[in-house]
Ligand binder design. Structure first.
Ligand code: ADP
Ligand code: ASP
Ligand code: MG
Length: 408
């Protein structure tokens, strides 16, 4: 039997009417004969609420307890969907992460999946045609037998990992947009839906802020060659397929423009300009598990000193500041400045490999709107700039137009 993994995000299971609607969609696929595993997120807003509870009680809470709390939203939706399916006469049961188990490492709050045991699911497909409804986002750390979670948006990764383990024909990610667009359609009204996108471009788009798929889910799809489709849970029409580069007929120079508000800029003013200074700054941050993204080192006015500017995720800002302050004597900087009011805007496309002038067009378009670029970084298929947060929408729309991506 062909096997299909179907994942439904928070807005798709936001209330009981929508859960019943999801049950109908699953039933149709089941009626066609496929073995079905469904992954559900928590009802929209629930995970945020749970995280707020935890940070209200303790801003830097024990992450094992954080996971115990924030994983609970998915328990509710998996049970409700199993019941809704049973109501329609479809054999179904819910599974929590620990019951499968979805084995992860012990990086609580953003654990990585190590393996998924699918023998029992397969047996039930064969013997009972039972639909497996899995709570997404959850894992189990075997050493201490603790529940883990996979990071925000982690149900996407639960789904792709399960599709890989089950060698599923496809992994359908149902969400509140009907596919992957050239830019976030909520901000760029003229964004266009893409029929196909390469794994590589999707990976860059996700990691540069397009939250439609969690970055790790794309990494996993790429590694295990899982066919992923992003589609709407409200309209019955094909979505966007994530595929290999050779499956794309016409290659655009730029296929997407993304933004990320999850950025904070740190500047260390006047640090001694000598070998080892970067290692001294970024070593302790790496030890504290802070992910540093863009980095620039300037020539400072003072002789023998330099300014170091870099970005970290907003969630890591306080930790970054406290690590740098703790090491202040050794780093010998004059002042630490932190600015959370920045966004990173990126243009992405595999076409960049073979064409020059992509970055220049970006700088030109931003200059024409009077938008100042604070930091630049590039990779083989992307150019990113850091700008003041207030210009995010303007920058996104201008770049979308500048690269000829606007819909007619
Ligand atoms: P779910 O709850 O189903 O997991 P998410 O909110 O995580 O849904 O992701 C879907 C959202 O991603 C869309 O509502 C859209 O605003 C946003 N998004 C950002 N960039 C893009 C893009 N390039 N294409 C489609 N959606 C995007
Ligand atoms: N409920 C989790 C979150 O909001 C996981 C997910 O929806 O993918 O991050
Ligand atoms: Mg999501």
């Amino acid at each position: 039997m062909p096997c299909l993994v179907m994942k439904f995000g928070g807005t798709s299971v936001a209330d009981l009417a929508r859960i019943r609607n999801v049950a109908q969609t699953v039933k149709r696929a089941h009626d066609e004969g496929a073995d079905i595993a469904v992954i559900v997120s928590a009802m929209s807003g629930v995970t945020n609420q749970l995280i707020d509870y935890v940070s209200d009680i303790a801003p830097l809470a024990d992450l094992r307890e954080y996971d115990a709390v924030v994983s609970s939203g998915e328990q509710v939706t998996s049970g409700l969907l199993a019941i809704a399916l049973q109501n329609l006469g479809v054999p179904a049961r819910s599974w929590l992460g620990w019951q499968i188990p979805v084995v992860t490492d012990d990086a609580h709050g953003s654990a990585r999946i190590q393996r998924i045991d699918v023998d029992e699911l397969r047996r039930r497909f064969e013997e009972e045609r039972q639909v497996a409804v899995l709570a997404g986002f959850q894992g189990l750390e075997l050493g201490r037998k603790r529940i883990t979670t996979l990071g925000r948006g982690g149900s996407d990764t639960s789904a792709v990992a399960l599709a890989a383990a089950l060698e599923a024909e496809r992994c359908d990610i149902y969400t509140d947009v009907d596919g992957v667009y050239t830019s976030d359609p909520r901000i760029v009204p003229r964004a266009r839906k893409l029929d196909r996108i390469t794994y590589e471009e999707m990976l860059e788009m996700a990691s540069q802020g397009a939250k439609v798929l969690q970055t790790r889910s794309v990494e996993m799809a790429m590694k295990h060659r899982v066919r992923v489709q992003v589609l709407s849970s409200f309209e019955d029409k094909p979505g966007t397929l994530v595929v290999d580069e050779d499956e794309i007929v016409e290659q655009a120079l730029v296929s997407g423009v993304t933004y990320s508000r999850d950025e904070a800029k740190i500047t260390l003013q006047s640090v001694p300009d000598r070998p080892g200074v970067a290692a001294a700054i970024f070593g302790p941050l790496a030890d504290a598990a802070v992910n540093v993204d863009m980095i620039v080192q300037n020539i400072s006015a003072e002789n023998g000193h330099t300014d170091m500017t870099f970005t970290v995720g907003n969630a890591d800002l306080q930790r970054t500041i406290s690590v740098l302050e703790k090491n202040r004597d050794q780093l010998a900087y004059r002042e630490l400045k932190a600015d959370p009011n920045v966004v990173k805007v990126s243009v992405i496309g595999v076409g960049m490999r073979s064409h020059a002038g992509v970055a220049q067009r970006m700088f030109q378009a931003l200059a024409e709107k009077g938008i100042n670029i604070q930091v630049i970084s590039t990779s083989e298929i992307k150019v990113s700039v850091l700008i003041a947060a207030e210009y995010a929408e303007l920058a996104l729309r201008s770049l979308h137009t500048a690269y000829g991506l606007d819909s007619a």
